[in-house]
Design a protein around this ligand. Structure first.
Ligand code: SAM
Length: 357
């Protein structure tokens, strides 16, 4: 394919036209620098049309490292006997929110492994506690697969957003990343249930996960195009030394950036984080992510003494600083990109009614 073709494909995507599988594959694999720069430039223009220079912050609270699942890629998988397990109490979680609120956070993301200890009653109690104390904040959950009734109870308790990466939209590939008892169909059903209940929903995938091919990424992009989630979380796969993928190659930060730009063009109003995994794979990964079309960052609000225990992959960044230090560092990094962290809830803008920058 010539450079001209890539530029035409980018223009087609930016115009809201659907690309064929072949065209999506060509964009994903495009290594031409000039064509890449054009894709980025278009993605930035779209991001700024809807969100201006704003970068939303989400305070991440990793409240339990216990997990009943055994995903082959994940450092907190059940069979990793070396993983240090912890869970935060309701009081500790509320205290993280308190600190976050004082620092300007208006969204809290509660993430954990699938820890059976946090049954509906306990988790609903925590969500209610946050909702009562921080009325103006959005509460995002990222606690994995639960039944529809559980999602309904958590929504009624005050949760408004839910992140559940689909991981890969290809059934066979899903089976290579997960044990037999985990099913893509169940994960997708969860996403549909969450959407039906009224949550703002986020899906997403790891980039460069073991055995991933371009055809899988094409399916991921098509799922995003069809499902149109409010949020999409993507980051490079990074190996963890105590998993069976310890010797697998890490995902490419460059490909992650290209995908961020493609997703921004495909789904202009989506909330798109520049993830910690991207910042781990490349020291300036989060800044580069923002300059490729991302508009969200998620600093860590977890207590420092547990940070190092929520180790999904090796060499995870930001495990040492207090929340205040984390947000100072990130604000500085963001301001160097020409963007600006804002302290608002950051709901997605409605498609078709762009905010004036
Ligand atoms: N248990 C919840 C769930 O299943 O959605 C949330 C926690 S889970 C650890 C959060 C995300 O971490 C996963 O969706 C996965 O994409 C990502 N993750 C896990 N291991 C990873 C790795 N080795 N490299 C990059 N991302 C990883």
């Amino acid at each position: 394919m010539t450079d001209r073709n890539y530029i035409e494909l980018t223009d087609k995507l930016a115009a809201g036209d659907e690309l064929s599988d072949e065209e999506l594959g060509a964009l994903i694999e495009c290594e031409d620098r000039e064509a890449g720069a054009y894709l980025t430039q278009k993605a930035i223009a779209v991001r700024e049309k809807y969100y201006g220079k704003k970068v939303f912050i989400r305070g991440l609270i990793e409240f339990s490292s216990y997990c009943r699942n055994n995903c082959f890629y994940c450092g907190i998988r059940r069979d990793n006997k070396k993983a240090e397990r912890y869970r935060l109490s309701k009081e500790q979680i509320l205290s993280c929110c308190e600190t976050g609120y004082r620092l300007g956070f208006r969204t809290f993301v509660l993430q954990s492994g699938e820890d059976p200890y946090f049954a509906d009653e306990i988790l609903c109690g925590i969500v209610r506690g946050i909702r009562m104390r921080f009325e103006d904040c959005a509460i995002t959950l990222s606690v994995g697969e639960r039944d529809r009734g559980s999602y309904e109870k958590l929504f009624a308790a005050g949760a408004d957003r839910y992140l559940l990466r689909h991981e890969t939209a290809d059934e066979v590939h899903y089976g290579m990343l997960h044990p037999e008892e985990m099913l893509l169909s169940r994960r997708l059903q969860c996403l549909r249930d969450l959407r039906d209940i009224g949550y703002q929903v986020g899906c997403g995938m790891m980039v460069g996960s073991p055995y991933q091919k371009t055809e899988h990424l094409i399916k991921d992009l098509k799922l995003i195009r069809e499902f149109r989630p409010e949020m999409v979380g993507i980051g490079p796969f990074l190996p963890h030394q105590d998993t069976e993928f310890a010797d697998q190659k890490a995902g490419s930060p460059l490909l992650t950036l290209r995908l961020l730009s493609i997703i921004r063009l495909m789904h202009p109003t989506v909330l798109l984080p520049a993830t910690t995994a991207l910042g781990t794979a490349d020291p300036r990964g989060r800044e580069k992510g923002l300059l490729a079309g991302a508009n969200v960052v998620m600093p860590n609000l977890s207590p420092v003494d547990v940070r190092g225990k929520y180790t999904l992959y090796d060499n995870k960044i930001c495990t040492g600083e207090e929340a205040a230090e984390c947000i100072r560092c990130l604000s500085l990094r963001v301001s160097k990109t020409g963007y600006e962290i804002v302290t608002e809830r950051g709901d997605p803008v409605t498609f078709g009614s762009p905010e004036t920058p």
